[in-house]
Design a protein around this ligand. Sequence first.
Ligand code: NAP
Length: 340
Amino acid sequence: MEQIQLGSSGVTTSRIGLGTWAIGGWMWGGTDEQESIATIRAAVERGVTLIDTAPVYGFGRSEEIVGKALAADGLRARVQIATKVGINWRDGKPYRDARPARIRKEIEDSLRRLRTDFIDLYQVHWPDLETPIAETAGILEELRREGKIRVIGVSNFSPAQMSSFQAVAKLDAVQSPYNLFEREIEADVLPYARSAGLTVLSYGALCRGLLSGRMTPTTTFEGDDLRNVDPKFQGTRFREYLDAVEELKALAHRRFDHSVLALAVRWVLDQGPTIALWGARHPGQLDPIEQIEGWHLDQSARDEIDAILKRCVVHPASPEFMAPPDVRPPEAQLSGRQPV
Ligand code: NAP
């Protein structure tokens, strides 16, 4: 398994990370605990050492399952746990809250759920526009000095926000949406990360399963699955993306004798100092891992990919629909004045 250092932190991890949002169940139509635990263990057996989670995934459920899966057989010592901070929730509705007092409490909750006494990579999940970035950065730097976290990251931050953060704390990683279909970060975050020496954790490497190659126009999603509202999975636009996947599938077979899923993950890894976060909730979904290594995309394949996207995806949609509200609800504003 290819390895990468997180920024200049000295902490090294696998370039494929297991994403565990779906394992939390919320916005993915539910979860099966035993299957989820088996998936996490299968990932480690296959050489994946980075496990990405967040408190808000299943409102604590994903972190609990990750903690349970890693508690036995010395697995905790073999992995790097990446979790997040700065999203609270009320009545099942998430909102941003990266105030220092809240973070002090949140880390203790995460450590308990994850059954560990330190977090390898601690990431601010979304910028909290109502809290000065310097305050959030300051408390994370304190936690790092106390040994509760090893590496600091941010997620969904712009270069300007990262720059403010770096004035106060040592930043080594940024997590952003990035896959063949969602390439907005190429204009700003990716060049910034390259020049500032940050590692990019690319989330949605399979574009929420679209790039797995298993979907057809009749594919449907259960319950609260976010793909029921994701604009990419609706109507004629869904057809456009599926047409692109069919052409990418043919290219992957013809040029590399691999699947479109392998092409999608390899593409992310060949884009720079990146990690591909791969969301899986069944052990078998990780079988294609062995197809990712030992080859690279050349320029002509990249050009062919770009031509396919241009031809097929006439109405592209950005991943912005996933952003939580950027203003705290009034009740949370009030409670913020109390000790949290
Ligand atoms: P993803 O990795 O692009 O796609 C996950 C989905 O792909 C799975 O739920 C599964 O769909 C499908 N899949 C995976 N392997 C497959 C296989 N071999 N064959 C067929 N289908 C397969 O999307 P993601 O989970 O949203 O993103 C990855 C991770 O990034 C998350 O788990 C999370 O850790 C992180 N993330 C972070 C943020 C952030 O704001 N920082 C936002 C989003 C995600 P089915 O459920 O249909 O089986």
